[in-house]
Design a protein around this ligand. Structure first.
Ligand SMILES: *Cc1c(COP(=O)(O)O)cnc(C)c1O
Length: 376
């Protein structure tokens, strides 16, 4: 019997996505923009359930780029960025000609350390250059220390871009992620908890900021019958076809969160008692969508043995994100690090976590991990 490949996180369509895409074809709303975009934005605004204004865009990366620009980041500015993240959190800082300053994580949520964040800000101020913005990430969907980060942001008057690319459906003290930054962003890339095959969104606090994002995302056209421009624009808007997929995905989002959380519980129950394995717990008041289940092993060697044994059986797993301050392209950037993110990178492994995994897929994965651990 040939075994099927088990993926880390693959798209999982519901019942109505094709209907909304078909509707776009039937009404010839194939050109960008149209009713699906507006409806998808409304669905997101209602889901986040706060007074937010959402602009659907072509990617989460584009959303971060626009967020930083709208917050006034420009050439030679310093921008603080969580080091343990995907490169898309940091790249837009460079698009704007600004300099990333990388800050390490704390071990309770694996996200930006409030102590090191404040240290980085004080250092900047002492050198006469106050950082212009903070990019904080709900990595692996555990919310960052929202209150502590907000307090620092207020104290020094530095705005926060909340990278909630992975965290749609996670909550902090019963409030949905995406509403905590001066500007928030989501991603609907193919591997995320819901997908539009590719897409993102910017979450603004007011209508004017949303309109500014849409203006910049649609080539910055001035109000004139001809094409007139008094600013540099981008082509970052979401298409009406893809927004149709998003509308359908919003209808199953809560089911997807439930399925991913069940995966996490399965892994924790079956592997959590092993002395060389730990899982990130939800601190009080935190609720994670468990987009990916990440397992922390006792050493780099154990992590690699498990990863290779899984690969041998055609099961996809992946080390945690390699911290940005360790990336060849960013290694000369300023950094405030204490080894926490490097340790997580060395010992952590993301396990197959799709909402479409079968019980037998999870069983197969766990049996290989158990076998490997028993040999360690
Ligand atoms: C996926 C992701 C992004 C980028 O989103 P795209 O839609 O792929 O551009 C940014 N930040 C984090 C933390 C992500 O996981």
């Amino acid at each position: 019997m040939t075994k099927t490949r088990i993926w880390l996180s693959s798209p999982h369509m519901g019942e109505t996505e094709q209907h909304y895409v078909q509707e776009a074809f039937d009404t010839n709303w194939v050109a960008p923009l149209g009713p699906n975009v507006t409806q998808f934005e409304t669905a997101l605004e209602q889901y986040v359930d706060a007074d937010v204004h959402v602009a659907a865009l072509s990617s989460g990366t584009g959303a971060i780029h626009l967020a930083l620009q709208i917050l006034g980041v420009t050439t030679n500015d310093d921008v603080i960025c969580q080091s343990l993240t995907f490169s898309a959190s940091a790249n837009p800082i460079k698009y704007l000609g600004a300099n990333p300053v990388f800050v390490d994580s704390e071990s309770e949520t694996w996200n930006i350390s409030p102590q090191l964040l404040e240290m980085a800000i004080k250092d900047g101020i002492a050198k006469g250059k106050k950082p212009k913005a903070i990019v904080a990430v709900h990595l692996y969907v555990m919310p960052y220390k929202v209150d502590e980060v907000l307090e620092i942001s207020n104290k020094y008057d530095i705005p926060v871009v909340e990278d909630a690319a992975e965290a749609l459906g996670s909550t902090y003290h019963n409030r949905k992620c995406g509403q905590f930054g001066d500007i928030g962003i989501f991603s609907f890339n193919g591997n995320k908890i819901i997908t539009t095959s590719g897409g993102g969104a910017l979450v603004a606090k007011d209508h004017e900021t949303k309109q500014k994002a849409i203006f910049l995302a649609t080539q910055a056209r001035d109000n004139a019958p001809h094409y007139q421009h008094s600013a540099i624009g981008y082509n970052y808007r979401m298409s009406n076809i893809l927004a149709g997929i998003g509308r359908g995905q919003m209808e199953v989002l809560d089911e997807r969160v439930a399925a991913r959380r069940a995966n996490f519980e399965f892994y924790k129950q079956r592997l959590g008692n092993h002395e060389s394995v730990t899982f990130l717990q939800e601190p009080k008041g935190y609720y994670s969508n468990r987009w990916l289940t990440c397992m922390l092993t006792d050493s780099f060697e154990t992590r690699e043995k498990i990863r290779l044994a899984l690969a041998e059986d055609d099961i996809e797993s992946r080390p945690l994100w390699k911290p940005m301050h360790m990336q060849p392209i960013f290694k000369t950037c300023s950094q405030f690090v204490d080894g926490t993110s490097k340790n997580l990178f060395d010992k952590g492994l993301c396990l197959p976590s799709g909402s479409n995994l079968l019980e037998e897929d999870l069983e197969r994965t766990v049996s290989i991990i158990t076998k490997t651990l028993d040999q360690c």
